[in-house]
Design a protein around this ligand. Structure first.
Ligand code: DGL
Length: 263
């Protein structure tokens, strides 16, 4: 039987990661879990996020996945440094995202955008400093951006206005490397570029995780699968709105199966 790669996010934003991985690994199957019923994680305490996260890791393990990717940045901050869950390889977005930003910065300045939980944890700042102490890090919580994405307000003057407010310090300091430390932000990339300028280098979780996954195959920690691929999207709440949004975020990649599950 084909073994899928598990991906976990607090909602549908992580489909931005799944879409990249589905394209780059066309023979692999994926089992995505979006905890829509309890979204947002970004304003919750580390204890609550970890409790939810452990339930989801257990669910994915019971689906017999061969690896688990924590695409959610807020959840990644509470599983930092943990490379496996009950024998299953576990990837998070913080360390590879920080390393990718260090690789592209030309002036040792990096900005991090994220939810309140991610920014409050200082997980990116601390990881960046551990890897490269000389880097100047500017952190910015952008709590209004997630609901704007959930409402489909892409390429929208309101989103641009909100982004202008959050990004003013980053613009003033001329920071040209920016980590998109939230699964939802790649969806509004065009709005962010309007504010930050075309030359900004945006570090996105999808690309970073694709490189991490590739390394797991190269090191023979993961074995490629044969046969017909499945892209299963499990969410903890399902409405017409979420169904539409899920297909929209994944297009042109196709979801084989979208179902509501109970944790
Ligand atoms: N998935 C979350 C993250 O990447 C954003 C949405 C939320 O607040 O739950 O941090």
């Amino acid at each position: 039987m084909k073994k899928a790669i598990g991906i976990f996010d607090s909602g549908l934003g992580g489909l931005t990661v799944l879409k990249v991985l589905a394209k780059k690994f066309p023979n692999e199957s994926f089992c995505y879990l979006g905890d829509i019923a309890r979204l947002p994680y970004g304003n919750k305490s580390p204890e609550t996020i970890r409790r939810y996260g452990l339930q989801i890791l257990t669910y994915l393990k019971n689906q017999n996945v061969k690896a688990i990717i924590i695409a959610c940045n807020s959840a990644s901050t509470v599983f930092l440094g943990e490379n496996e869950f009950e024998g299953i390889p576990l990837l998070n977005v913080i360390e590879p995202g920080a390393a990718a930003a260090i690789a592209v910065t030309e002036d040792n300045q990096i900005a991090v955008l994220g939810t309140s939980a991610t920014i409050r944890s200082h997980a990116y700042r601390d990881t960046l400093h551990r890897l490269a102490p000389e880097i100047k890090v500017t952190e910015q919580a952008c709590p209004l951006l997630v609901p704007l994405v959930e409402e489909g307000m892409v390429d929208d003057p309101i989103t641009e206005l909100v982004a202008r407010r959050y990004l003013s310090e980053i613009r003033e300091q001329n920071i040209s490397t920016v980590i998109l430390g939230c699964t939802h932000y790649p969806v509004i990339k065009s709005d962010l570029i309007k504010v930050l300028g075309e030359e900004v280098k945006l570090v996105e979780s999808g690309d970073v995780l694709a490189d991490e996954l590739k390394a797991l195959y190269q090191d023979h920690i993961l074995v490629p699968d044969e046969g017909v691929r499945q892209i299963r999207v499990c969410i903890t709440d399902l409405t017409d709105h979420f169904e539409r949004l899920a297909h929209q975020l994944m297009a042109p990649e196709k979801i084989s199966d979208l179902e509501r599950i109970v944790l």
